[in-house]
Write a protein that binds this ligand. Structure first.
Ligand SMILES: Cc1cc2nc3c(=O)[nH]c(=O)nc-3n(C[C@H](O)[C@H](O)[C@H](O)COP(=O)(O)OP(=O)(O)OC[C@H]3O[C@@H](n4cnc5c(N)ncnc54)[C@H](O)[C@@H]3O)c2cc1C
Length: 264
């Protein structure tokens, strides 16, 4: 692998790195730190935690606990960050999203990650190397690429929503994160699981006039999250890379879930 280097070609900067990480969410930043620990030079292209900053309500609380963090080396953990700030984990349970974002800023600085706050517009492999063109026009060539562009590209909107509702009267929870415009309005939430009830509570805090939650299943019994089911999946990912690509077609398809809201 080559070391990182930059040069000007046709007035545009071109940088070569052994590893390009696309996306600066938790997975992109964690991957970059892990590569750095392994001595692999890398650059991350993405706006740090943009999905969390722009597609989650500022007043949201996390479902995950203080034991979830970004450092595979278990050094720059969320609990280490809290310890350095003199905060006992029990003071913040559940964890406000703003505190987690502050942890990620701290992590990025601690790991001294090289992050270019831009978007990859195009990725090709013209001559054995990957070549990424960024929105700014800058180019990055790389021997290897990790794509961690996140979940926002997989939003599912039921067909009837776009067909039957004017665009200004509905939103997906992924995009409705500021509740001010629904103050005093009647709101119907379609869907009845975590996001639906969480948004109902946030809308109530934001003084929506009426909130109706409509769903076709039993009312969920919300209990403290138990994430142990992920342990097996993570272990499987380490031993059988790409196992999820071989799931039967039905399990591999995204569920037609998501919550649409309608104000009236
Ligand atoms: C309402 C809600 C609550 C949640 N609560 C929790 C929780 O409590 N705890 C928890 O652990 N998880 C939670 N999650 C899940 C969490 O958001 C995801 O698991 C996590 O964000 C996935 O990380 P990621 O790095 O894969 O993706 P993302 O966080 O989505 O980051 C990917 C980034 O890549 C960027 N990107 C996309 N395309 C490009 C491109 N072409 N070039 C450059 N950058 C690009 C995106 O803008 C984005 O910033 C929640 C999700 C939602 C929607």
């Amino acid at each position: 692998m080559h070391a990182s280097k930059s040069e000007a070609v046709d007035g545009q900067t071109r940088t070569h790195v052994p590893l390009l990480v696309i996306g600066a969410g938790p997975y992109g930043l964690a991957t970059a730190a892990c590569a750095k620990h392994a001595g692999i030079e890398q650059v991350v292209v993405g706006k740090p935690m943009a999905f969390w900053r722009e597609n989650m309500p500022a007043g949201m609380f996390l479902r995950s606990g203080s034991d979830w963090h970004l450092d595979a080396a278990e050094v720059n953990t969320f609990e280490a960050y809290l310890g350095e700030r003199g905060i006992d984990p029990s003071e913040f349970d559940p964890i406000p999203v703003g505190l987690f974002l502050d942890y990620v800023d701290w992590f990025e600085e601690r790991e001294d990650l090289r992050v270019v706050p831009d978007l990859v517009r195009n990725l090709s492999r013209p001559n054995g190397h990957f070549e990424a063109t960024l929105d700014s026009g800058e180019r990055v060539t790389a021997d290897a690429v990790v794509a961690a562009p996140g979940i926002s590209h997989f939003t599912v909107i039921p067909e009837w929503v776009e067909r039957d509702l004017p665009p200004e009267r509905w939103a997906h929870t992924c995009n409705l994160v500021d509740f001010e415009e629904l103050r005093g309005k009647r709101v119907m939430i379609v869907g009845g699981r975590q996001s639906a009830f969480e948004w109902a509570a946030l809308l109530a805090d934001g003084d929506a006039g009426e909130i109706h939650v409509v769903y076709r299943h039993d009312t969920p019994r919300f209990t403290t999250s138990d994430w142990h089911f992920t342990d097996e999946l993570i272990a499987l990912t380490a031993t059988v890379p790409g196992w999820f690509r071989h799931l039967p077609p039905k399990s591999a398809k995204p569920s037609p879930g998501g919550s649409g809201q309608r104000a009236g």
